[in-house]
Design a protein around this ligand. Sequence first.
Ligand code: GLN
Ligand code: ZN
Length: 757
Amino acid sequence: MLKHNLGYPRFGIKRQLKKASEKYWSGKIEQDVLFKVAKELRYEHWKIQENYGLDLIPCNDFSFYDHVLDMSFLLGVIPERYDPLWNASKNNIDLYFAMARGYQKDNLDITAMEMTKWFDTNYHYIVPEFIYNQKFEIFCTKIFDEFTEAKQNLSKEPKPVLIGPISYLLLGKEKESNFNRIDLIKNLIPIYIEILLKLKNAGAKWIQLDEPFLIFDLSEKEKKAFIYAYKEIFKQCGELNILLTTYFECIDHNISLLIDLPFKALHIDLIKSSDKLNIFLKNFKNILSLGIIDGRNIWKNNYTKSIKQIKKSIDVLGDERIMIAPNCSLMHIPFDISIENDIPIEIKENIAFAKQKLEELDDLYQIINGNNNLLEKNKKILKNKSNFIHNKLVKQRVSSIKEEDMHRKNPFNIRKKLQDKNLNLPLFPTTTIGSFPQTLELRQIRSKFKKGLLTREEYNKYIENNIIKVIKCQESIGLDVLVHGEFERNDMVEYFSEYLNGFISTKNGWVQSYGSRYVKPPIIYGDVFRTQNITVNWSKFASSNTNKPMKGMLTGPITMLQWSFVRDDQPRSITAQQIALAIRDEVEALEKAGIKIIQIDEPAIREGLPLNKKDWNNYLSWAIKAFKISSCGVKDETQIHTHMCYSEFNDIIDHIVNMDVDVITIETSRSQMKLLKAFKKFKYPNGIGPGVYDIHSTRIPSREEIFSLIKELRLYLPIENIWINPDCGLKTRKWNETIQSLKNMVEAAKLARISII
Ligand code: GLN
Ligand code: ZN
C-alpha cells in the first residue's frame, strides 16, 4: 500500500513567498533572491513529506503565483497582448507575472488575465485564454527543473503533477467566438506527450494528471475528447505510471470513461463520496488511490472510519492495489497547527493542518500494519472533542426556531411607509457600503492594541476620533445615510469571530486566495453563541455624533460560515442557524440602542453554491432561511439592508427576493449591463442600490457619468426604490479618491432629484 500526496501548500509557514514576491515586484530584490526563496521552500516542503514516509512526493505543485497559469506557461499559451514583453529568455518570470498581474511600465499598459474561483474553494486561478486553432509548445522548463531538483534532494520518488489536458482546456475560455476550446485537444495532446516523455527520460516513474472536471456531467464531445486524449497518451507513454486524480466530488457518473483505459492508478475523493467506494472497487482494474484524509477542512481524521474503508478496499483489491492519500491538494488548508500557542490544547489536538494530515496518513499506514495504539489514541482525542463543543441551550434555541421568526411582521410596502416616516430620506438616498479607507497608521494602531502595546482607552479614543472624522467628512459631502467607517475591523469575518463563542482564530493559519493574497479563516469548533454586544457601542457612539441616520453594520451568517473552517460533525445548515441567532441578537441590540438602519453583509452567498446544480435549491433555501433568522427580529420601522459583491444574479434572483430585505446594495460597476439584464426580466420589488461606481479602480467617476447611470436605472426600477451608492466598501481606496468620487456621486443624485422626477 503506497502513501502519497497530491500537493502541498506553497508559500511557506512564514509567508516567505509573499514577502519575496512583493519585494521583487517593487524592485527591492533581484530575481535570483526570489528564486532562492522558492528553492528553499520547495526543499523544506519536500523534506517534511519525506519525513512522514510518503512513497510518492509531488513536485511541480509549487507555483510562484498559480498552478493553472503554470500550465499555460508550460504549454506556451501566452495571449498576444504580451508580445511586447518577450525577450530572448524563454523562462521569463516577468512575462509570467505580467500575465498574472498586468504590466504598467515603459509606456506599456497591458491588462492582466482574468481570474476566477477554483471550483468551490476560496482559491482563484488565472483563466487560460485560447484563440482559434491555438498552438501549443513546450515553452518553459519549470516542470523538468523541479523534477530534477526533487530527484536530487529526495530519497523517495518525486511525482510530477500536471493538470490533465481535458481539465486544462475546460478551465479556460475562448477569446474568439468561432470555435469550441475542447476541439483544441488535437493540437494539445502531442505536446502533453512530449512533456511526459521528457519527464520519463529524466527518470520519472509516476505522473499525476489532475482531471477534476470528471466530477461534472461532460458533454458527448468532451467525453470523446477525453477518450481520445488518454488513448493517445497511453499509446505513446505506456511505460509511465499514470495516476489520474479527481477531487471535490464523486465521479461515479463518469466511470464508464475510465474503466477501459489503462491508468495505473485512479484517485477518488472519499470525503465527498465514501458511499460510492463499492462502485470503484468493483469496476477498477488497476490501483485505486483512496482520498481518505480531508484536505478541505482542518479536523482530525476519524481513524476508525478510515481504517474500515481501507481494510474493505484491501479485502477486495489486495494490499498492492491500494494507495492512500488526502482527497485533494493540501493547499486549501494552513501549514501547521503545532505553532499556534493560544489555542486550548483540547481543541488543538483535534485540529490537523497540512503537516498533521501527513502524520495522519502515516498513522493510518501504521495502524493497517498492526499499530493499535495509534488507533486507541485517536479514539480518545475524538471522544474528548464531544466534551467541549456542545451547548444545550444553543441546540434548544435552534430547534425552537419558529416560522414567524423568519418573517418580518408586514410586507415590504407597509414597512416602507413606516420607514419613510421614521427616516425622512430624500428620493435617491445616498449612502456607502460601510468601510472607509484604512490607512497604514490605522492598521499599525490596531496591531499594537492586539499585542497589548496600547491600552483599551487609548485604542478606543483613536477609533472614536476616526469615527468623528469620517462622520464630518460624510456630512460635508452631503450623504444621506452615514456609516461609522469600520475602523475597528481588520476583516469582516475575523472581527465577529473574535466575539462569538464557538469560533477561534489562528495567528498563522494562512491559506492562499490568489497570488500573494492569503486569508486566515477562523475555525468554528463548537456551538456558536453570543454573550456580549459586538458593534453596539461603536454604532451608538457614531449615531450620537450626527443628526443623520447611522447604519449599523454586521456580517451575515452565510458569509461567516463560508469564510471559516466549519464543523464536520453537523450539517452546515445547522451551524448557519446558530450563527444566525447570534447575529439576530446583535441586530436586536442595535435596534434597542436606537439604530434605525441595520446592514447585514452577505457577499459570500453566491460563492457558497454547491458544484452540482441539483444541490443549489437545497443550499439556497437553508442559506436564505439563516439570513432571515438573523434579520427578521426587528420592528417594521427598522430598515434592514444587505450587501452583495457580485452581479451574476440571474440564476439566483428568486432567492435574493425571498431574503425580503428593505434595501439591497450590490456590486455592478464592472458589469452594469449584466445586472440590468437581470432586472429587465425580473422586477426587483424592494429597495435597491446597484453600485454606481467601481471601488476596485483608482478612477474617479464624473458626476455626468453617474447621472446617466441613474437615468438608466430608472428604466428598470421604480423611482422610489432606487438607492445611490458605490458598489462595495471603500477600505482599499485612498482618502482623496474616496472624497472626490463620493462628492460626484452625491451631486449626481441631486441632479437626478430635480431632473428625473
Ligand atoms: N461592509 C463591508 C465594507 O464596506 C462590506 C465588505 C464586502 O462587501 N466584502 O467593507
Ligand atoms: Zn462588497
